[in-house]
Design a protein around this ligand. Structure first.
Ligand code: AMP
Ligand code: GLY
Length: 422
């Protein structure tokens, strides 16, 4: 099979690394990819939102399957673009249609979906300038902290959690006035959930599903979970508190009704569902849906999958996921993200990366790199993720941290406490 993976982060390197090991693969392309994906396939210089060029490339190379990594092209309707073309519609496609991608693209849509299927989640109200008064009244009935979310995609920045009621009301108005652009012309106000967060990943063909290993991601830039939010500074699977009893609740109360909802609403969904959860004293509640894999969660979850991922994707495409038993490596998988100095605020790119060839016992996933005159240089905030599978979390982390020291680039930064809370 000839496969095109769309995206350029650590998630796409992990997906490509795994697909490259498939017995069914004949050729692998990544658009646009990074210096890491170039080691396992051929990078193609096309942006993730240039549907026309991506489609033409698929025709030119007779691509059999497209796997979409990031949310942006899904929310913009890449699935629909392929389906609406006579020439492209028979290409197997991993990723949901535009309407279903609203589960990530609109917080209001996601919350109303959860409400329709009685999926446990925080109480909420959706506000625009037209019903601002209702929003203010809702806030008056809540206790601090207050949660405000831009309805649309805001590159992970659209959520405010505030302690002061007056400040919250002012921020609500600022959001409706365009603090996050178009994305916050509608705002979801939510009850604040207490507990520990967890990410659950589901692969579905629209009817059947597989639950993949769960993961915990470390979102804050600073040690001890302090400082600004990032895309993720590290991840771990399995998560100790996600025991059988808890995961059974997740499957019965969240996964099954979610899949039922997709079917009931005739949403075309062949792909990953990433469910962000809060474990509130043993009760799982949904914080958000994402319509893709997580990053850096992919860098720990995908190496745990022993089965041939491309074979599984074929079952997704053929609606036969019920015929698959997923083989999972029992080890603990951890990843530590190396980031550019300054990230998640301003940072410089183009720093030469050295030493990855000295790494032993870990997998190096490139997140934000590119090749320049034969050299690997930094090309993003998150640069490289160092993954290790070990018999224990401690052992795996020790190997990742040893290897982290061997990789060099100017102003390299990373968190030294991944797993500190487990
Ligand atoms: P989201 O973009 O919805 O994932 O929100 C970003 C982060 O804000 C989440 O990962 C949580 O840490 C936090 N968060 C979002 N909604 C809530 C909530 N209702 N209660 C507590 N924390 C929340
Ligand atoms: N690591 C969180 C995300 O991928 O959205």
């Amino acid at each position: 099979m000839k496969v095109l993976v769309i995206g350029s982060g650590g998630r796409e390197h992990a997906l490509s690394w795994k697909i490259a090991q498939s017995k069914s693969l004949t050729e692998l392309f990544i658009a646009p990819g990074n210096a890491g994906t170039a080691e396992v396939g051929t990078n193609v210089d096309i942006s993730v939102n240039d549907f026309e060029k991506l489609g033409n490339f698929c025709l030119e190379k007779s691509i059999d399957m497209v796997v979409v990594g990031p949310e942006d092209p899904l929310v913009k309707g890449i699935y629909d673009y392929f389906q609406n073309s006579e020439e492209l519609k028979n290409i197997a496609f991993i990723g949901p249609e535009k309407q279903a991608a609203m589960l990530e693209g609109s917080k209001e849509y996601a919350k109303e979906f959860m409400q329709r299927y009685a999926i446990p989640t925080a109480k909420f109200i959706s506000v625009t300038k037209d019903n601002l008064e209702e929003g203010i009244k809702f806030l008056d009935t809540m206790t601090a902290p207050y949660v405000l979310k831009a309805d649309g995609l805001a590159a992970g920045k659209g959520v405010l959690i505030l302690d002061d009621l007056e400040e919250t009301k002012n921020q609500l108005k600022a959001m409706l006035d365009g603090k996050f652009g178009e994305a916050s012309h509608k705002v979801v106000i939510e009850e604040h959930l207490k507990g520990i967060e967890l990410s659950v990943f589901v692969l579905t063909d629209g009817e059947n599903y597989l639950i993949l290993p769960e993961a915990k991601d470390y979102k804050r830039i600073g040690e001890g979970d302090t400082g600004l939010n990032t895309g993720g500074m590290g991840a771990i699977t399995p998560v100790p508190f996600a025991d059988k009893e808890f995961m059974t609740k997740v499957e019965e109360q969240i996964v099954k009704p979610t899949i039922h909802g997709l079917k009931n609403e005739e949403l075309k969904y062949k792909g990953f569902i990433f469910i962000g959860l809060m474990n509130s004293d043993g009760t799982p509640k949904v914080i958000e849906y994402n319509v893709r894999m997580g990053d850096p969660e992919s860098e720990v979850v995908i190496p745990k999958i022993k089965s041939d991922l491309l074979e599984i994707f074929k079952h997704v495409a053929n609606n036969t996921l019920n015929k698959v038993t997923l083989e999972i490596e029992p080890k603990t998988s951890v990843t530590v993200m190396l980031v550019s100095g300054g990230y998640p605020e301003d940072y410089e790119k183009g720093k030469v990366v050295t030493g990855t060839e000295n790494v032993t016992g870990s997998i190096v996933f490139h997140a934000g790199t590119k090749l320049e005159n034969g050299k690997v240089v930094t090309n993003g905030g998150r640069v490289i993720s160092v993954t290790t599978l070990g018999d224990s979390m401690k052992e795996a982390l020790a190997v990742s941290y040893k290897n982290v020291e061997l990789i060099q680039f100017e102003k390299k930064n990373y968190r030294k406490d991944i797993g500190f809370d487990l």
